[in-house]
Design a protein around this ligand. Structure first.
Ligand SMILES: [Zn+2]
Length: 461
């Protein structure tokens, strides 16, 4: 049976909508904690019906009755991508849930390692609510404002799972969400600009790279009618200068939204600029060598997602993001945890001499600068290969149609080389070369051959 025609399910969702969307604005720290404790107990009981978790907990000698709340979370073992892979497909879903009611999604193919997991309609609805929550923060509503969402609608992605395979077949989505325009970030930026220009949204949500391209298009005189009040950037680290460039070009405020396929939305920036976690939907830990880091220190994020009857996400350590938590409260009054900075993925890091680890936040700056300083989107693709501690090879694919326009290829290469050298120091040799294409199907865009087992991290850059 189609769950959305089931009045009980629909009622449950409506109730959740009314209760959940603005919860963080209403409740106290103590009642949030009680809520988290209750959610965790429920979640662990559910996970015990999932073979992967049942087995892991048995091996670790922990019983679900040992988990009374968040304080006991550390008793549970962390879950990795390999755990999911080993138990896929039947071992990562509950024996109590019909698999046909679930939707398979996988983490983005950009890293080369595709990981399938299952989500249910509750995941999808909560994901939508989390997004609506960020809109509420900026006094916007899906019912009265036009919203453009530029998602990754490649067939396997979470966005496709949520929208194309989840919402669309069950809802008359274009009827209910008349004000939402869904665009695909894999399309040509020119095509996207003209679609947005026609729709004239008050809000645009998209990936950092695509937003940069749009700003450049707008600056070159395309998209005169595009004047959103707010733009939400997601997917990777937003460099502050690129953010300024986008804000200036569109005369709009840009804020960041942070999420991952496995967890759904994790956090968002409020009007005051603080980065809030969706602490009623997820619980994040930030660890270094298994121990929590101090406020402001970079740590590996381990995530627990409260709502789902698909694949449970409990102490999942493989989003691989390095994030710094932040103690204290924001003056906006929202309850829940804060983070100071998202550094990016540590499996996409470069390992430099002296224990310095260069994270994506650092080299995204270099590529952002090509957009807002050199004013060109001639760099169509890139691959960064670290052969050893002191040798870095940067492969660049140039857009043939744009080759004769703007700064020369040589100028761009010098710019990239200098950008990396400033980060790596003089001990590292950086070569930049043009290639016809880069192979990202076999692995990530950033490849480090360094043996991480014998490498001691001193600090993250
Ligand atoms: Zn705030």
């Amino acid at each position: 049976m189609n769950q959305f025609y089931n009045p009980l399910f629909l009622g449950k969702i409506l109730k959740r909508y009314l209760i959940d969307v603005d919860r963080l604005d209403r409740i106290s720290g103590e009642s949030l904690r009680r809520y988290q404790d209750k959610q965790l107990r429920r979640l662990v009981r559910f996970a015990d019906t999932v073979p992967l978790y049942h087995e892991k907990y048995k091996q670790a000698g922990v019983h679900i009755s040992d988990i009374a709340g968040i304080d006991d979370l550390q008793k549970l073992p962390c879950i990795t991508k390999d755990d999911f892979k080993r138990h896929y497909p039947n071992g990562i879903v509950s024996s109590k849930i019909k698999k046909s009611s679930l939707i398979e999604v996988s983490t983005s193919g950009t890293t080369g390692k595709v990981l399938p997991i299952y989500v249910d309609m509750l995941d999808i609805v909560m994901g939508l609510f989390a997004y609506i929550r960020t809109l509420h923060e900026y006094d916007m509503s899906v019912w009265k404002d036009r919203i453009t969402i530029i998602g990754d609608f490649a067939p396997h992605t979470a966005e496709s799972g949520y929208v194309t395979r989840g919402l669309q077949p069950r809802f008359n989505i274009s009827g209910i969400f008349r004000n939402i325009q869904w665009l695909n970030t894999n399309d040509d930026p020119k095509k996207i600009v003209s679609a947005i220009n026609e729709f004239q949204p008050a809000f645009i949500g998209g990936y950092v790279g695509m937003l940069g391209h749009l700003a450049l298009q707008k600056e070159s005189g395309f998209g005169d009618n595009i004047s959103p009040r707010y733009i939400a950037a997601t997917g990777s680290v937003l460099d502050p200068y690129l953010k300024l460039f986008i804000e200036k070009t569109f005369h709009a405020k840009v804020f960041e939204v942070y999420g991952a396929t496995e967890s759904g939305l994790i956090g968002f920036q409020c009007k005051k600029g603080s980065y809030h976690l969706m602490s009623d939907l997820v619980y994040a830990e930030f660890l270094r060598k298994g121990q929590p880091v101090a406020s402001g220190e970079a740590g590996e994020m381990v995530i627990t997602k409260f709502h789902s009857h698909g694949t449970p996400i409990i102490r999942y350590s493989a989003i691989n993001d390095i994030v710094a938590p932040l103690d204290g409260h924001c003056s906006c009054g929202k309850t829940g945890a804060l983070i100071k900075k998202v550094y990016g993925r540590n499996d996409l890091a470069l390992y430099l001499p002296g224990g310095n680890v260069l994270l994506p936040s650092s080299f995204s700056e270099i590529y952002s600068k090509i957009l807002y300083q050199l004013k060109t989107n001639k760099v169509k693709n890139t691959k960064i290969i670290q052969h050893d501690l002191t040798t870095l090879e940067i492969q660049v694919v140039i857009d043939e149609a744009l080759r004769p326009i703007g700064p020369s290829v040589e100028e761009i290469f010098q710019f990239i080389k200098k950008g990396f050298e400033e980060k790596t120091g003089s001990a590292v040799t950086v070569t930049v070369k043009e290639v016809d294409s880069v192979d990202t199907s076999q692995g990530p865009r950033i490849v480090s051959m360094i043996d991480k087992k014998n490498y001691t991290i001193a600090r993250y850059i």
